[in-house]
Design a protein. Structure first.
Lengths: 127, 159
């Protein structure tokens, strides 16, 4: 199996590093990691390369995570890329909205590497 | 930041200090591997501050203040590496801690989980400032230690 390319979308560079570390601690074979500070940057990054997995925060400036997953539906070739939301905004309405736009999972901050493994592993090993 | 307009305001109560403590404990335990205890000492050297705004059924400000050394320690624990006091990650990490504690807090307060929105965090570098909450508000204050590093949490609620 080839290493996974992950796109991590969060306005906090510290949180992007923590998510990357958690993916590795979860035992995923992570190769390239693409980073974006908001939904706009993430959409721009997707023009350059298609990742195998996207992890996105919700509360971000410029374009939030819900708008990002909504717009992702219109980006050609991205329908099979699993998106997992990682956010402090874990209200039921946010979860429902994110899932309705195509997100495959939802992890609430704070989180443990075990929770990342539980939510992300099935999505990337299924491919 | 937006919030639903037809919300019933959540009424503050003294038990919220315990919920704030529980939320800080949850974040420090899961993300930083640090033990949180209540502090007897009611003063904190506040070199840096992180603030998250609350809007909706619960309106106000959630802030965490600490020394730069404590903030560097928190950042180092989060990242699993040594972080210098002047490293760019120090304020970013404190903002994320504040964001997670505020999020955890509102998820535990009935009526706030669904109908209160959080802003993105803002950080202040420096101690020479005052927060002037609106009249009629309530302020909850918590002094804690994260592995002996003192932090102060303030929750200003507008009524």
């Amino acid at each position: 199996m080839t290493p996974i390319c992950a796109l991590i979308v969060d306005d906090s560079s510290v949180m992007r590093k923590i998510v990357e570390r958690s993916l590795r601690q979860a035992g995923l074979d992570i190769g390239e990691v693409m980073e974006a500070g908001n939904g706009m940057e993430a959409l721009a990054a997707l023009q350059k390369k298609k990742p195998d997995l996207i992890l996105s925060d919700i509360n971000m400036p410029s374009m939030n995570g819900l708008e990002f997953v909504k717009q992702l539906q219109n980006v050609a070739g991205m329908k099979d890329v699993p998106v997992v939301m990682i956010t402090t905004e874990a209200s039921e309405s946010h979860v429902v909205e994110a899932l309705s736009y195509g997100a495959k999972g939802y992890i609430r901050k704070p989180f443990t590497p075990e929770q990342v493994k539980e939510h992300v592993f099935p999505l990337v090993t299924k491919k | 930041m937006s919030a639903q307009t037809s919300t019933i305001p959540v009424q503050p109560n003294a038990g919220w200090v315990d919920i704030v403590h529980e939320s800080l404990h949850e974040v420090c335990d899961m993300m930083l591997g640090m033990k949180v205890t209540r502090s007897e000492n009611q003063t904190v050297k506040a070199d840096v501050t992180a603030i998250v705004g609350l809007a909706g059924s619960l309106c106000g400000l959630f802030s965490i203040r600490c020394s730069r050394a404590t903030a560097a320690k928190l950042a180092g624990k989060m990242l699993g590496m040594e972080v210098g006091e002047n490293d760019a990650d120090v304020l970013d990490a404190l903002g994320e801690v504040c964001n997670m504690v505020a999020g955890s807090f509102k998820s535990k307060v009935p009526g706030a989980a669904e109908l209160c929105m959080l802003s993105v965090p803002t950080t202040i570098d420096g101690a020479d400032y005052r927060i002037h909450p609106l009249r009629g508000g309530t302020c909850f204050e918590l002094f804690s230690k994260c592995d002996e590093a003192p932090v102060q949490i303030l929750l200003h609620v507008h009524q």
